[in-house]
Design a protein around this ligand. Sequence first.
Ligand SMILES: [Zn+2]
Length: 1035
Amino acid sequence: MDPFDSNSTERANLPRNMIENSMFEEEPDVVDLAKDSAAFPTFPALDPDEVAYEPRSSRLLVRGLGENDMDEDEEDCESSARLLGMSFMNRSSAQRSSSSPYSRQAPPRSCARPSARTMVVCVLFLVIVASMTMVLYFLPGCTFTKTGCPKANKTTPFEPVYPVSTNGELFPWAQFQLPHSIRPLSYDLTLDPDLDNMIFTGRTVISMLVLHNTKRIVLHSANLNITKATFKLGDGEPSDVTVLEYKPNQQIAVKFSEDLKAGQYCVLTLDYSANLSHTYDGFYNSSYTDKDGNKRVLAATQFEPLSARKAFPCFDEPAFKATFLIKISRKPDYLTLSNMPKAKTTLLPSGLMQDEFEKTSVNMSTYLVAFIVANFSPISKNVSDTLVSVYSVPEKTEHTDYALDTSSKLLEFYNNFFEINYPLKKLDLVAIPDFLAGAMENWGLITFRETSLLVGKQSSPLEKQVVASVVAHELAHQWFGNLVTMSWWNDLWLNEGFATYMQYTSLQTVLPQLDIGNLFLAVRFRALDKDALNSSHAVSTEVNTPEQVEEMFDSVSYEKGASILLMLNASLPGDQQFRKGIIQYLKQFSGLNTDTDDLWNCLTQVEVSTQHQNVSEMMSSWTSQKGFPLVTVSLKGDQVTLTQEHFLLTSDNATHTSSLWNIPVTYVNDSCSSAPECRQVFTLKTKSGTFKLPGSVKWLKLNYRNTGFYIVHYGDEGWAALREALSNNVSVLTHEDRASLIHNIFALSRLGRVSFLHVLNLLNYLSNETETSPVTEALLQLNNIYRLLDKRQEHSLVARMKNYILSHFGSLMNKQTWEEEDSVSKQELRSALLETACSLNEENCTHQAKALFKQYVESNGTSRIPGDLQQVVFNVAAQSTEDWSTLLGMYGHAAYDAEKRKMLRGLASTQDVRRIVWILKAGLKGDIIQTQELPLVINTVCNGFAGYLFAWDFIQENWDRLIEKFPVGSFAIQTVIKSATSQFSTQTHLDQVQGFFSSLKERGSQMRSVQEALETIRLNRRWMDKNLSALRKWL
Ligand SMILES: [Zn+2]
């Protein structure tokens, strides 16, 4: 549950500037120190937490002074400034040092016996700094917004700077991130879950090291009722302590009258009770119905990003790595699982069994801890020195073979590829009946949605592709994320971009028959589409609130992250250099935390080419600024001119238009265009660049195989030459290049750089196209426009668009068979073509689909519909009243999870509004349709004409219930918002969407996905205004 929402009353008690502004939350210690420190101004070694993060206002202030030449004596004053919380470090270096706290152990130089001159300078400096700070801080009628601009403030600023704990005492910490004076070393967790009453009790024993003298221990806890707390310092006796709680930041604290001294060891023991969560995070309950119709309950965990604190009090930030020893009690007919193998089982006096797991052999972040209490069954296999097991509910054990086989192959691959063996003795992959994400990479205990792990023996290769890619992603995390972890959520892409990149590249080697390349290409196109918005963000971006942490789980961190890694790998000479760099990175930082620069530095160090390419310099242009470049090429004889500009769909004339990227531009030409050796590279670092070709050429195609993260404009002549080349011979370019031309021209039309006539002209070549990726990209783009027209009720254009699609793809559609098909690529092509054909009511298609459904129903489960055709068959069936009910009956009993999900999408694709309303409500209620499927249901309903306005009403009416299930900012909520709003294109809808979200205030108005939604509607409207009349002419 969203903590800010549940604790809104506590928030209301805060001074206004603290609620709004995380920047100001960094300030209080400054004032507090000046006020309370008896030693001031002799500056003893105060708690260095106060210097960890600099307030931005002060940074400007001190930088301005600091730029003057300082002599050695004056440097003493820098120490003073540091003690006032005005570190000269930049933010990222502050975070680096927080991950390796020892670097800050040296106490600041003392001002105790300074020279007279130093004294004078120090005092003068302090007076200036203090008065300027006071002026800024107490500026009448002024507080600071997130962007640092002053805005009106009606409250009096003279209020306490520390927040108030639940018991009324001052809470000794006001920041979102924890102080770094204390480092947790190990946790002993004892958990006693009661699945009958959905509660649990726990005891957490945390052993800690004091890194810097401090009078407080601050850690995380959320929704836990702490019943007893004791503290032991060194070899002393344990004594009871009072725990203060500050709910808005989900923090608890213990205050001490005397300093805990640097180097001391101490132990905090906390007893607590809590409810098992009824959402999808923390220690939550799940249930399923077994084959005898009985409801079976279980409990599982999902901690990433901020929910370990809901299961046990802890230092819940990725940089606080520690070891864990976990004990869990259970009924005799249940089993428990955790990160490590089971060490022993004890019979408790209560009759329950207590399982104790081995202490983790590695230091790990809290978000990777996991435990499960359930009655699952496993299948297992030894791979190298690791026991790999796949667990599911007992009824589905027969669907686990593929996952076991695939994970074993991938584990071996990664062990070799990274040259570091997976460090644990066991690896469990567990399918959980209620699970919101696709999967979670908990170390040694990876949890999955059932649809991401379980497939039947007869399942199609396309269904297996889903399982294999999720398994490949999560296994890659065991190195990227688990072994080496980002220091803070701003660099989440180091986990997710890498795992996404490895998921595609490992499968190309390990399971080439899965043809994963088309999927990787398609996700790169979607990442470009999202990143073209002004509301996008840099790959590595500042994160200061729980919502912002949640929002990092988006396609920029995942798919753009993976895309820029692909671009880097493709631009390095040889195929081993990239791998060498990441092996070096993993070895150098094994067990530690990193930021983006660490990765680029490792890759620069192994750079061996004659060009001595500086990877850091090149890649930081891709990670530190949002968006990507549009490269425009012009060709005059043998002279090529390239220019770059920010590809920004909505220009606000802001600073971003001056962004420049370091682009490894690749190109091929008409004389050598498809083989890898044809590829040439030109690095474009400046606004424009020119180079000469060996001779004149007819045309150039840039971004060979679309491995670069940019869009290309060829100008009228360039596009015409490419069109002509393709109409003469489709295979003159690789299929990736053809798909990239299609993607790019649609994007340029959306940008307003080419007319839609240009788009249609290029698509004329498609009558000769038979490859999957160009066809599916064209269908996706055309379907998007078709839906926009449909929702605008442009009936005659909708009919003409339908004719256009059928005339261009009709013969290819009719060539598709309805039998089993082995090739994944052909399955992808077939399902895309037939789903479009049937959705347009193409008679041949609907006829075949209905026949297949009838045969399926009548066979009573003995005949199967080929996996890639199930969706189109269920979609067609769901349009008839009778078959919809049949399908709903089947949905309740479906054995195969992938098939079941397609049935649900079929059910939600109905155009009967009463059924649409029913299915939306059922998804929210969660009994017949699991609530975890609600985002999918909403997405499907919104694609159809009949339901998209109902879905929008439904979301508005049920917003509070939605954010109770899916956290504000989470990927599920992003999906819901995008689905509901991305097809609006009128001012009325824009006003409605804006009105609704701004009324939410802290319940979601600040989300980036809201900005994205508004921007998308404006762009849709702009595109319509510009193209409607032209479409009437051209279609
Ligand atoms: Zn991941």
